[in-house]
Design a protein around this ligand. Structure first.
Ligand SMILES: Nc1ncnc2c1ncn2[C@@H]1O[C@H](COP(=O)(O)OP(=O)(O)OP(=O)(O)O)[C@@H](O)[C@H]1O
Length: 280
């Protein structure tokens, strides 16, 4: 069905805004954003965690890097506007340039395009204390005023938690699916459940669950140590009908590569294969 067929006139309005693309004054569900004329984005995938600090940014970086290594054209939108850390992990720096096609994203060493508040601040460590509506406005500009060009995947590092900003992003962006991230322990089921229920309410598919820091592998004997107890993610994924499940180790090499701005050198292909298979 094309856009015009999807629009109802005032006379035929069924008051179901979810299936209508008209921007009329009666609209109760925000219109999904479209990329600007210079951009063609095939799939938009959000990376979500019900709780901060569990490795959402890391998982966004690693999925992007593995897709790029597989020959896909990849972009990352850092929608974690008040705690942006994507550029640092890739060693990307501002300032950004702009032309008639919009704002030009920065690029990683392997060519992953990225946009983030951090690339626009005069100083990397400047505090960003903006209220929800301002943050939502910036996220929409990141989507439709950036010259993303032709990309196969736009990965969105979503705002942490299950705040109103996250809800707005779910409503604004044309998401094809989300990947949820959790750490072991810490009431995983409840936290994952919140993110999954939000996605279901928004009619967005949950493509995978990544349980980060699930174990530590000994350098010498290669035995896996489950420091926080046996991972519960497989059972949680099954309970919520999540399509794929993967674990990532707690690995000092990850922290070192993030600090060096070289995260795309980390090989997460085997670990993330179940998720990558569903995304591609
Ligand atoms: N598996 C891991 N092994 C080693 N270090 C890790 C691992 N996962 C994350 N880290 C480190 O932990 C820190 C927090 O990770 P990250 O920024 O990805 O979390 P986040 O969920 O995005 O946080 P926030 O919610 O605050 O945005 C980073 O310094 C990262 O390098």
């Amino acid at each position: 069905m094309n856009d015009t067929q999807n629009q109802q006139s005032p006379e035929t309005c069924s008051h179901n805004c979810g299936s209508c693309s008209s921007s009329c004054s009666e609209r109760s569900v925000p219109q999904k954003l479209s990329p600007n004329g210079a951009s063609n984005i095939t799939k938009v995938i959000g990376v979500v965690s019900g709780k901060g600090g569990v490795g959402k940014t890391l998982v966004t970086c690693l999925i992007a890097s593995e897709l790029q290594k597989a020959g896909k054209r990849v972009g990352i939108m850092d929608a974690d506007v008040t705690g942006p850390s994507i550029p640092k992990a890739f060693g990307a720096k501002g300032p950004l340039t702009a032309d008639t096609n919009g704002l030009n994203p920065a690029e990683s060493a392997s060519g992953i395009k990225m946009i983030s508040t951090n690339l626009m601040l005069p100083k990397e460590d400047m505090a960003v204390a903006w209220r929800g509506p301002v943050v939502s406005g910036i996220i929409s500009q990141f989507f439709n005023e950036v010259n993303w060009g032709e990309i196969d995947y736009l990965l969105v590092d979503m705002p942490p938690g299950t705040s109103d900003v996250l809800l707005t992003v779910f409503q604004q962006l044309p998401l094809d699916g989300i990947v949820t991230v959790s750490a072991p322990q810490e009431l995983v089921a409840m936290i994952v459940g919140k993110a999954v229920n939000l996605a279901h309410d928004m009619n967005v598919d949950v493509l995978g669950l990544v349980e980060n820091m699930a174990y530590y592998e000994c350098d010498e004997c290669h035995k896996k140590h489950y420091i926080f107890g046996e991972p519960q993610g497989a059972e949680v994924a099954k309970r919520y009908g999540i399509e794929s499940y993967a674990t990532l180790p707690m690995d000092p090499a990850i922290a070192a590569l993030v600090d060096a701005g070289e995260i795309e050198r980390y090989d997460a292909h085997d670990a993330l294969k179940p998720i990558l298979d569903v995304i591609q």
